[in-house]
Structures are given as C-alpha cells and as structure tokens.
Design a protein around this ligand. Structure first.
Ligand code: NI
Length: 248
C-alpha cells in the first residue's frame, strides 16, 4: 500500500499494529544510451510496492533524487550532494517517526547512495536509538547477483548494467530500445570521479556493460528474485524486533 494513496485515519489505524515503513530510494541519472534515466528510482519503487503488497506494509513516496554527481555531464541527470541527501533522509525519517513509525526499511536502486545512506543512518541513530533502520540495495543481493552472473557473466558491468536495463524493460515494456552489441570500457581507475572525468572515462555513460544482452523476460526473473529476497529480509528485520512488533 502506498502511503500517498491512503488517508490519515487509515495510517493511524495501521500504526496501531505496525510501525514499519518501506522507503524506496534511487536516482535520476543517465543509464547509457538506451537505459532509462529513472532506472534506479523506478526499479526501487516497483520493488517496494511489490514487497508492500506481499507483506501488507505501507510504502513511502519514492525518493527519486540521489547522489549522482559523477553523472552530471550527461543531460537528464540531477544530483543531491551527500550532505543534502543525509539531511533529506534524516528529516523524512524523523517526520514519519513523529507519526509513530519506528522501523524504516530502505529499498535502494543506486550505488552512489549507499555511503550517504549509511552516514544518514548513523547520524539518525545517534539521536534516536528507539528507531531501527535497514537498507537493501537490490542489485547487491546475492540471490540477484547469482542470476545476473548466470545470464550476463562479466558483461553485466557496473553501470547501466544488463540486469537493471532488463528489469526496467520488464516494468516498462514500451521502453525497450535496441543497442549495438559491445562491452563498454571499464578502465578501473580512481573512484569516485567528477562529471567530466566520468564522461571522459565512460564516453557513452555505461561502465563495463553490454546491455544488448538485456531482455524483459530476464528482467522479470530478476525482479521476482529481488522481490522475494527483499521480502525475506524485511521479515527477518521484523522478527528480531521483540513481541510488540510481531507481524510488522
Ligand atoms: Ni542504475
């Protein structure tokens, strides 16, 4: 259930038995010549909504901007600084905590967000030890990585990956855009890099990927694996929460 499509009495009633909120977070950044700019937030959003349906849990509106500074030399990309991102996460969590939410499970679609999210969690918990926070970055889940390896091997790459492009084509079949086969460069030099340096090292935006291997059918399988894997982790997160939190 999406919190945006409920009303306050409904949320108040939910909070009588549950204190968890699923929070999708991603980015708005280039994903190579044929990947969707919204890939990272669209995938996180769809996964959060699916897991929310599976477990009858509320889902927050998607945080669609992330730490994407290195992509800013490509049109259509926008970024929050790490400092701003930490503040946004902190203020969203503490606002919802005033309503009674105590457990926040972030479903993340973007690698550049991970360090800022971890810093934000540390910052929040220093002041609010009554809260619990968890992060699942869908493409890092071992269950997903195993299947991506089987499908794409090393040609999955690190940005605009075959896996994430496949999942967006499953979710948005009209977005399928062919690309000539070929593995994008991956010079394995310094990281992070600034926007112009990124475009110099990775001229079409991809990092080491060959999204010509992407298909919506593979995306459907990867999506369902991630949905189940995240659901398992949300259940575990709640199980270790003591008697009052049983069931969510
Ligand atoms: Ni991505």
């Amino acid at each position: 259930m999406e919190i945006a499509k409920t009303n306050w009495p409904w949320v108040e009633s939910y909070l009588r038995t549950k204190a968890i909120l699923l929070v999708p977070i991603g980015s708005t950044e280039q994903h190579g010549p044929n990947g969707l700019i919204g890939t990272d937030h669209l995938v996180a959003e769809s996964l959060a909504r699916a897991v929310g349906e599976d477990l009858s849990l509320l889902v927050a509106p998607t945080l669609a901007f992330g730490m994407s500074n290195h992509h800013l030399a490509f049109p259509g990309s926008a970024s929050l600084s790490p400092e701003t991102m930490i503040r946004v996460v902190r203020e969203v969590v503490t606002s919802f905590s005033r309503n009674g939410f105590r457990r926040f499970f972030f479903i993340n679609g973007h690698g550049g967000n991970v360090s800022s999210l971890q810093a934000a969690f540390a910052d929040i918990l220093a002041d609010r030890p009554d809260l619990r926070l968890q992060l699942a970055s869908w493409w890092l889940l071992p269950e997903v990585q195993e299947k991506e390896k089987e499908y794409f091997g090393k040609e999955n790459g690190f940005h605009a990956t075959c896996g994430e492009v496949s999942v967006t084509w499953h979710l948005y079949p009209g977005a399928e855009t062919p690309i000539a086969p070929g593995v994008a460069p991956d010079p394995e030099t310094e990281w992070p890099v600034g926007p112009e340096r990124y475009r110099f090292l990775y001229p079409d935006g991809r990092m080491g990927s060959n999204p010509a291997l992407a298909t919506g059918e593979k995306g459907k399988v990867l999506f369902e694996i991630a949905r189940k894997a995240i659901g398992d982790r949300v259940r575990k997160f709640l199980q270790l929460d003591g008697a009052t939190m049983t069931g969510g």
